[in-house]
Design a protein around this ligand. Sequence first.
Ligand code: KQY
Length: 364
Amino acid sequence: MTLILSRCPADDGYRMPGEFEDHDGCWMIWPERTDNWRMGAKLAEKAFTAVAEAISRFEMVTMCVSGRQFVNARNRLPEQVRVIEMSNNDSWMRDVGPTFVINDQGRMRLVDWNFNAWGGLDEGLYFPWDQDDLIPRKIAEITGVDRYKAPLVMEGGSIHVDGEGTLITTEECLLNPNRNPDLSREQIEDHLKRYLNLKKIIWLPRGCYNDETDGHVDNLCCFSRPGEVILNWTDDQDDPQFPISKEAFEILRDASDVRGRNLKVHKLHQPKPVIISAEECQGVDLVEGSIPRQVGDRLAASYVNFYIANGGLVMPLFGDPQDQPAMDKMRELFPEREIVGVFAREILLGGGNIHCITQQQPKT
Ligand code: KQY
């Protein structure tokens, strides 16, 4: 049996590594719920399979699947993807999964955050979320590692770290009263520092325009390596994303990291606005408590929502003229990795993208 640890990772010399450090694998969850994924999730299955296939070229992928979908997922996924049964409420492993922490001796533990479906009964995205909230505990059992239970509502997509003690997050999400209404900014910072072993937190005011997660940072900005960040960008001053990216750029440009370095900010231009079509609204079950899809709504499309794998990087494409320049930019920023694009509009229609549906397990 694995243990619940009473101290904190920082007390025990464990830290959250950067995503660009080596991995032992990647965890995902198979899409299924028909009030989020249109046409019985059949199109999402294809997109998730393409992502799993792309990542599995670089590292081991484990797909967690409900009992109902186990046989279908096993038959659709490439044989190198490990498929295991695990109950869930939806398929956002970045947010419901654990945060893995490691120490200098190469040992691993995990942090189990509280999850409330992006806001609980105060504008959360679905109810219930009890099975999602159990996932870190189950992964602790499967991997055989002990677990820290953090007293904080937090989703993995709301943070990015450099692995050296610096974290970037957004006020829109982590200070939202629908996450931790009884905690002050200082108390939230203190929990993040103790559970992820950090010394420096950089707060950006807002996440991407129309991001239904209340502004997760992983759609807006991430570390490419210590001292360097990639920021979702537009030059169109009339685009509602412009003031968001501009204010984030100015904060990041003027910020220093835990080692006192000024951050180098790389701008990654977004695609043209991605709008939900009438056809895409059809085939989504209408259920109380779930967010309906509306024709004409703009989705929070950003190339920053990518996954870094061992020797590779899997990024979303939207069938947009900006796809190729975005891939070229990523090749320039990650010359040592193979850049693989996956058409990801179907994942975006569900409310996130490739980073949101994946969770890396660091190498031990
Ligand atoms: O991390 C994410 N982007 C999760 C979004 C959940 C959307 C549910 N419709």
